[in-house]
Design a protein around this ligand. Structure first.
Ligand code: SF4
Length: 303
């Protein structure tokens, strides 16, 4: 069976020589197939079986040729495309991996999730969009209510904080809406994981601009405070949809991990939606205290 392996993962596994700006801690695989979902922001939507997802290049490998390299890794994550045989392909892959495994996928049935949970310790069912109307606009293949229902079931099967939902900042949501959705996910036991919208040439949204860095910082801080239980959604004050204060002294609670890639343990996705040389949205590793102060300043809120 063929699969795709992210370029950074190839380097990490010693299968490719290339200078990396930051090493990946997790090895990322992607199933091969023609994705039926066609989400507007996704590079997999433009044509069949492309070798890219967000800014990352993914090369084809015979799974049998790389499976030995995966054993004992800190984490292996499998990104699933939506095609009829995907679950069978996925099970064939996860059965052979001896390492902590995450799966990022469309909502599977309860029976499928139960089978997966014997081999996989974390699952992501991504809303991608913060509101039902954005979801309908950009992920019209899917159903908002069904995503929430399956996330709820996934928490029962995998456990609290073992279910992730990726959310893309910059699709048209207000910060207030983003806070409300993140709070609901956290209450339910799902960990929100933020990414910045990345315009990619050839996609329907190639001309859309990436999110404002200040807004992204404000949401990273809100996410951290909500996940830690430091504040509830109602403590975060917004004016005209923008966060203006958090109802707590953020300097006591915000630290290097606030600005790092969030999700499963060891998931750092270096430069997944960042442009080398420009300010990073998600940091792939810890940042210095001095940098933390600068990142908080970028948020432009009262401290
Ligand atoms: S948080 Fe990272 S490791 Fe976990 S499912 Fe998402 S991409 Fe994979």
């Amino acid at each position: 069976m063929d699969i795709r392996l992210s370029c950074g993962s190839e380097v990490q596994l010693g299968l490719r020589k290339m200078r990396m700006l930051a090493p990946t801690e997790t090895i990322y695989l992607m199933t091969r197939g023609i994705c039926q979902a066609s989400c507007s922001f996704c590079t997999q939507a433009r044509s069949a079986d492309t070798g890219s997802l967000s800014r990352v290049t993914w090369n084809v490998w015979e799974f049998g040729d790389i499976v030995d390299c995966l054993q004992g890794q800190k984490r292996v994550c499998i990104q699933c495309l939506n095609y009829p045989a995907v679950f069978d392909d996925l099970m064939e892959i996860v059965r052979q991996i001896r390492a902590p495994v995450s799966v990022s996928a469309q909502p599977f049935t309860l029976e499928e999730m139960r089978s997966l949970s014997r081999h996989v310790d974390h699952i992501s069912i991504s809303l991608d969009c913060f509101t039902p109307s954005l979801f309908e606009r950009y992920k019209s293949f899917y159903n908002w209510e069904l995503h929430w229902a399956r996330m709820r079931k996934a928490v029962e099967i995998f456990g609290r904080r073992k279910v992730i939902s990726h959310l893309i900042v910059g699709l048209g949501e207000t910060e207030e809406e983003a806070v409300a959705t993140m709070a609901e996910l956290v209450d339910m036991g799902v960990l929100p994981s933020l990414f910045a919208f990345t315009p990619v040439r050839g996609t329907a949204m190639a001309q859309t601009t990436p999110p404002d860095l200040g807004a992204y910082r404000r949401l990273q801080i809100a996410r951290q405070l909500l996940v830690d239980g430091t504040v509830a959604a109602g403590d975060i004050a917004c004016r005209n949809g923008r966060i203006v204060s958090y109802g707590t002294d953020i300097l006591c609670h915000v630290g290097p991990r606030t600005f790092m890639t969030q999700g499963c343990p060891h998931c750092n996705r270096p430069y997944y939606n960042e442009v080398p040389g420009r300010e990073l949205y998600n940091y792939p590793g810890p940042v210095t205290e001095e940098r933390v102060r600068k990142l908080i300043a970028q948020a432009g809120v009262e401290v």
